[in-house]
Write a protein that binds this ligand. Structure first.
Ligand SMILES: Cc1cc2nc3c(=O)[nH]c(=O)nc-3n(C[C@H](O)[C@H](O)[C@H](O)COP(=O)(O)OP(=O)(O)OC[C@H]3O[C@@H](n4cnc5c(N)ncnc54)[C@H](O)[C@@H]3O)c2cc1C
Length: 560
């Protein structure tokens, strides 16, 4: 624990999960004094989330470590398929084949349409991602990560927040009070920050489904003979579909570690179960008895689609699972949490540095709450589609009826796997259409569809990506803060636009693009990209530069 008399930080983040750690990096890189407190002794031991979506990989690329994340988890040549079976070692029903980590970069070079990105999704357990985030956060001189520190209480005032922290590292325990300008509750589903502020959940919970709705047993285990015995092509995720036990089984390290999540029946209470019981469920899910070593097990509840009523209460902000709770179908919880952090980081930094008006910070909730509602809604739809589809009682039978049942299930599951796991629209299509800090230009974005994404520079969305003639990713030319893309013919106008921004104290990189793809995809000779890689404005004249910047920085209503 820092000495109680040591200066308090500018921002106190409660929770060192993926959300809190990403936010710490965003703030630390902008010179903001940041503390992160977490009751745990370190980053997650359990695998937790399993998928890093393409947009999250783009955001990690922006921070300079997507390539490190890409090397984590499975060996580079391990398939990342999602496959469905009656039981993992029995009949295969459906499969979506996906590139390995070593193929991802090459595939991204030639992907067109919905998948125009430098970073395809990566299948990796959250535990590995967290360790990388921690390393990058700890390397920043302005960031202090304080494990075994608990936020006990907070008081929100107009001018500051009072936080009471308990240091659990000391034998006698130390309790300290700090006065801080801003506090962020990235403290997960049971957020004390949210509860203290009296912010309730809204949405749907307690939904019962055969799968992805109700009590679920998570088992993290070692199974050294899995690959030697597996009678199918290896996959990243194996889904077991039979009337006895619905479950998914995910490869953690591509060698001997796995995570199994098995639906429990109403009459089953796993609170007193031990490793032998877990091993019995493994046998049900695999359809064969293999030696397993249980590393951890716990019960969790699937079936939430919840968002907090608010994500801001004056100087206290909520982010990640503290603000939205998903059913893990589609793998969106941690990814939405990282996007929250990236949206919030530059806004908090601009506010603390005096470059922004109050509308900028207020736009965090205005932008992110609708995205949280959108994403929990997509996840709910996926859960409904897979969780209410029941297995025919004779699906495992060695008979013509059994074969017929498997064929019908295979058709549904093949459609489902595309629907849940080929989701460029979900990952790239979040938009801030009604944001007060975006300059609308009268155009409309294409429809918001989960499985298709049409690149558009209509302000309020992700900037379209293309590969430059020299082979570089367009995104690698973006600055860490603001970026102004322009055609060579608009150099002067762009210079004026940038100069006005600089006069307001912000950092901006102007990028001249003599590439036909730029005008085709952006439909304008200039486009202003925010620090969180969203299009803030596009146009052909810098005449209204002052109004554009004022709006984008929340200084006045500006243009639009
Ligand atoms: C089975 C399963 C599979 C999943 N799969 C996916 C997936 O594939 N893709 C995906 O995107 N998401 C997935 N998720 C969800 C994902 O794990 C979470 O959304 C993610 O961890 C949220 O990150 P966070 O940083 O907001 O919160 P957390 O990771 O929950 O971190 C919160 C931290 O706050 C700390 N804390 C809490 N209270 C205090 C306090 N008072 N003082 C100090 N510290 C405190 C906690 O110790 C914790 O470390 C899955 C979840 C489950 C259960």
């Amino acid at each position: 624990m820092p000495h109680p008399d040591s200066p308090s930080p500018d921002v106190l983040i409660v929770g060192a999960g993926p959300c809190g750690l990403t936010l710490a990096i965003e703030l630390g890189r902008r010179g903001i004094a940041t503390w992160v407190v977490d009751t745990k002794t370190g980053t997650a031991f359990n695998p937790q989330a399993n998928a890093t979506q393409a947009r999250t990989m783009e955001l990690f690329r922006r921070l300079g470590f997507a390539h490190e994340i890409r090397q984590l988890g499975l060996p580079p040549t391990h398939p990342t398929d999602i496959a469905y079976f009656t039981r993992v070692f029995q009949h295969e029903l459906a499969r979506l084949r996906l590139p390995t980590a070593s193929q991802a970069a090459q595939v991204a070079r030639v992907s067109q349409g919905s998948w125009q990105t430098p970073e395809l999704p990566h299948r990796v357990s959250q535990k590995y991602v967290e360790a990388t985030l921690l390393r990058h956060a700890q390397a920043l001189p302005n960031v202090r990560i304080l494990f075994e520190h608990e936020l006990l209480a907070l008081e929100a005032h107009d001018t500051h927040v009072v936080a009471t922290l308990q240091d659990h590292t000391q034998a006698q325990g130390g309790r300290y009070t700090h006065h801080i300008p801003f506090l962020v509750g990235a403290d997960g589903a049971h957020s004390r920050v949210r509860k203290t502020l009296g912010i309730a959940w809204e949405g749907e919970t307690g939904v019962k489904r055969e799968f992805m709705g109700g009590k679920t047993l998570a088992v993290y285990l070692r199974c050294p003979t899995f690959y030697q015995q597996l009678p199918h092509d290896p996959a990243w995720m194996y889904v077991s579909f039979n009337p006895q036990r619905r479950a998914f089984w995910v490869t953690v390290n591509g060698q001997d570690e796995f995570a199994m999540h098995a639906a429990l029946h109403d009459h089953e209470d796993a609170s007193n179960w031990g490793p032998a019981h877990a091993a019995q469920l493994v046998t049900e899910v695999l359809g064969v008895a293999l030696d397993v070593e249980v590393l951890s097990m716990r019960t969790w509840i699937a079936g939430h689609a919840l968002t907090a009523q608010r994500m801001q209460h004056g100087r206290v902000l909520l982010a990640g699972d503290a603000a939205h709770l998903f059913t893990p179908t589609g793998g969106l919880g941690y990814n939405t949490a990282v996007e929250d952090a990236v949206n919030l980081g530059w806004k908090l930094a601009s506010t603390l540095k005096g470059h922004a008006g109050p509308e900028l910070l207020a736009s965090y909730e205005q932008e992110r709450l609708p995205v949280a509602q959108r994403n929990t809604g997509f996840a709910r739809g996926f859960a409904q589609n897979i969780g209410t589809f029941a297995a025919d009682p004779c699906i495992e039978a060695d008979s013509p009826q059994g074969q017929h049942a498997r064929s019908l299930a295979g058709t549904h599951l093949q459609q489902h796997v595309e629907r849940e796991f080929n989701i460029p629209g979900v990952t790239f299509g979040s938009r801030y259409n009604n944001s007060p800090v975006i300059c609308p230009d009268g155009t409309q974005a294409p429809p918001d569809l989960p499985n298709a994404y049409e690149p558009t520079a209509c302000p309020g969305g992700r900037p379209p990506h293309f590969w430059l003639a020299d082979g570089q990713s367009l995104y690698d030319r973006f600055g860490f803060n603001w970026t102004l893309l322009h055609t060579p013919g608009h150099k002067e106008q762009a210079g004026h636009m940038a100069a006005v921004g600089e006069s307001l104290g912000i950092e901006i990189v102007a990028v001249a693009l003599d590439e036909p793809a730029f005008e085709t995809l952006y439909q304008a000779p200039m486009a202003l990209i925010r620090p969180d890689h969203m299009v803030a404005w596009r146009g052909g004249s810098a005449q209204q530069a002052a109004q554009v910047w004022q709006r984008c920085l929340g200084l006045t209503a500006g243009v639009g």
